[in-house]
Design a protein around this ligand. Structure first.
Ligand code: GDP
Ligand code: ZN
Length: 296
């Protein structure tokens, strides 16, 4: 029995990367009975049935650390949330939405601001300080000028990573610059999202060496927060945590209209960024309005 990770699944076959190479595997029938489907990203035990042809059978699936729905990948460690300094201009509310979804899956979060060559005013420095104040690593990159590429690579090293972020910000350009062998067509990742098409593409993990695996489809294709409870949202704005204990209603406070709310006071005192607080309130209202609509 040898151990490996599923990197791809096509037509009932699973491709398992092991220290002894890549094996094409079938899943044991027992999984069907137990209603378990192997997922890309799964750590599995395989029985080799033909060493020369590199064929095997998946005998066991290890417990999953987590499971993303779109893309459908197990055991993801990290989300790299990619935005552009310019064209398209950064949208903080959208960044926060990606962060909420990534926090909810317990992913490590790295924020990458790409195309810094296109913003001579360096407006992105404000964004950098906002997210660093929340405790996130922020990497500034330019694929055009080859800035920050090594740093981004180091951040991802040894992790299973999904790149997230709107289309056009340079996700495929970044992957190409990190690993020239890939030669992804620029714009390809976004096309793979298959907007308007009904072909569901299966996710695949690309091996970048040193144990770094990156999903070839962007994380969080659906950005809806409707599955999140309005009382739960505040947990994903991690910088609020330092203040929650001082709120009069402690952990019950949603930091909106409650009296003696330490989070609101910290915003007023400039200890927390207003941009983040405003976007929290905006997302809170969005979740609430949606819940109301669905109750009707
Ligand atoms: P994706 O949709 O996120 O995968 O974005 P792409 O990699 O397809 O890039 C979208 C556009 O942005 C392309 O025209 C790229 O040439 C351009 N682009 C990517 N990186 C940079 C960069 O660092 N600076 C500038 N100025 N343009 C970039
Ligand atoms: Zn509060």
């Amino acid at each position: 029995m040898i151990e490996g990770r599923i990197t791809k699944g096509i037509g009932g076959f699973y491709y398992v990367e092991t220290s002894g190479g890549l094996y094409e595997c079938k899943a044991r029938g027992i999984f069907r009975k137990d209603k378990i489907t192997p997922l890309v990203g799964d750590m599995v035990e395989i029985e080799v049935v033909d060493e020369k042809e590199k064929k095997g059978v998946i005998e066991a699936i290890r417990d999953r650390k987590n499971e993303l729905i779109r893309p459908s990948i197990a055991n993801v460690d990290m989300a790299v949330i990619v935005f552009a300094a310019k064209s398209p201009d950064p949208n903080l509310s959208l960044i926060d939405r990606f962060i909420v979804l990534a926090e909810r899956e317990f992913l490590d979060i790295v924020i990458c601001i790409n195309k810094i060559d296109a913003d001579e005013e360096k407006d992105y420095m404000k964004i950098k300080s906002i997210y660093e104040s929340c405790g996130y690593k922020v990497v500034l990159t330019s694929t055009k000028k080859r800035i920050g590429i090594e740093e981004l690579r180091d951040q991802m090293s040894g992790n299973v990573v999904v790149l997230a972020g709107p289309s056009g910000v340079g996700k495929s350009s970044l992957l190409n610059t990190i690993d020239q062998r890939l030669e992804l067509k620029t714009g390809e990742i976004s096309e793979k999202l298959g907007r308007g098409k009904h072909t569901t593409r299966h996710a695949e993990l690309m091996d970048f060496g040193d144990g770094t695996m990156i999903a070839d489809t962007p994380g969080f294709s659906s950005l809806s927060l409707n599955h999140i409870d309005e009382k739960e949202l505040k947990e994903y704005f991690v910088e609020f945590e330092d203040y929650t204990d001082e709120c009069r209603f402690h952990s019950d406070c949603i930091h909106e209209n409650e009296p003696s709310c330490a989070v609101k006071n910290a915003v007023d005192d400039g200890k927390l960024f207003k941009e983040r607080y405003d976007s929290y309130i905006q997302l809170l209202n969005e979740i609430r309005n949606n819940n109301r609509r669905s109750r009707r």
